[in-house]
Design a protein around this ligand. Structure first.
Ligand code: GUN
Length: 290
């Protein structure tokens, strides 16, 4: 069994990004974050993204709104960032409170600054395989993990477990694109006989948000397993009171798979690295436009 080390691969990607950022001087790529409320996972993700931006020489700014913010106030701030030529990428951390429409909020971001790839135009461009389309960072990170681990994708059957806008759907689009050439099945909570379908997979992308949902009996021997789940599970033995558990029963699945990404240290760091890459791409493009 081969461990797909996301920390190591993300460091490789970030080193390349840092070199590209340095070449852009005096222009500094700038990613603007918006966070609504104090969801602990969101606070931790955005903090990590800000730190990584600083490490590769990018600027990161953040605006935090209270849970009660109106969509109009949020739009006002997004509009100002859209109009600010020093901002190259805008990221609104999901999930948003229920009274806000995530799709409307994501679509307010100017498409050339949609480094999260959640806007209608970005997704459309991804489907149309238009070069330079922003792919959502987590699925882009999954593909980068596969590519940099030299895992053959052409002709392979990839089964995506989960159909979210953030992971499942864009992951499937990327896997069927000519860059990967997989045959793709998307499964979800209403899929009948999910285990039998996952068992057919050469590559399993687990993005369902349920701890240890994918068990060893669901894996074809020799399959490659990418675990996108980051579930916080209460654990009194941990300092912060919780453990991070993936969607895959790592201990047992790793005995059957040929390669597997762990949680933590798998897809998570790649998501952050791909955000930096998308922001840098956005900055280089804005600069080329003049
Ligand atoms: N919430 C979970 N993952 C992500 C992500 O990649 N981007 C944003 N904006 N929110 C998220």
């Amino acid at each position: 069994m081969r461990l797909i080390d996301g920390n190591l691969i993300a460091q490789e990607v970030l080193a390349e990004i840092k070199a590209r950022v340095a070449r852009l001087a005096p222009i500094i790529p700038h990613v603007a974050f918006i966070r609504v409320g104090e969801d602990p996972a969101s606070v931790s993700y955005v903090t990590k993204k800000q730190k990584t931006a600083a490490e590769v020489g990018m600027q990161a700014s953040i605006k935090v709104f209270p849970e009660t913010v109106t969509q109009a106030d949020l739009f006002k701030h997004i509009d100002a960032l859209n109009a600010d030529s020093s901002v190259h990428g805008i990221l609104i951390q999901a999930p948003l409170p229920k009274h806000l429409s995530e799709t409307d909020v994501f679509n307010r971001v100017a498409s050339q600054k949609d480094v999260d790839g959640f806007g209608t135009l970005s997704i459309g461009k991804l489907v149309q395989e238009i070069p330079g389309a922003f792919a959502a960072c987590t699925p882009a990170g999954v593909i980068e993990l596969l590519k940099r681990s030299n895992i053959e994708t052409t002709g392979k059957h990839a089964v995506v477990v989960g159909r979210s806008l953030i992971v499942g759907k864009p992951a499937a689009i990327l896997l069927i694109s000519k860059a990967c050439n997989c045959t793709v099945t998307i499964t979800h909570s209403q899929t009948k006989d999910l285990s039998a379908i996952v068992r057919q997979a050469d590559i399993v992308i687990a993005a369902i948000g349920k701890p240890k949902f994918i068990t060893a009996d669901m894996i074809k021997p020799g399959a490659v397993v990418i675990d996108v789940g980051i579930n916080r599970v209460a654990d009194a033995t941990k300092k912060n009171g919780y453990a991070l558990i993936g969607d895959v029963d790592f201990e047992n699945v790793s005995k059957v798979s040929s390669a597997i990404s762990p949680v933590p240290g798998g897809v998570g760091p790649m998501t952050v690295a791909m955000l930096m890459k998308n922001t840098l791409d956005a900055c280089e493009r804005a600069n080329a436009r003049g």
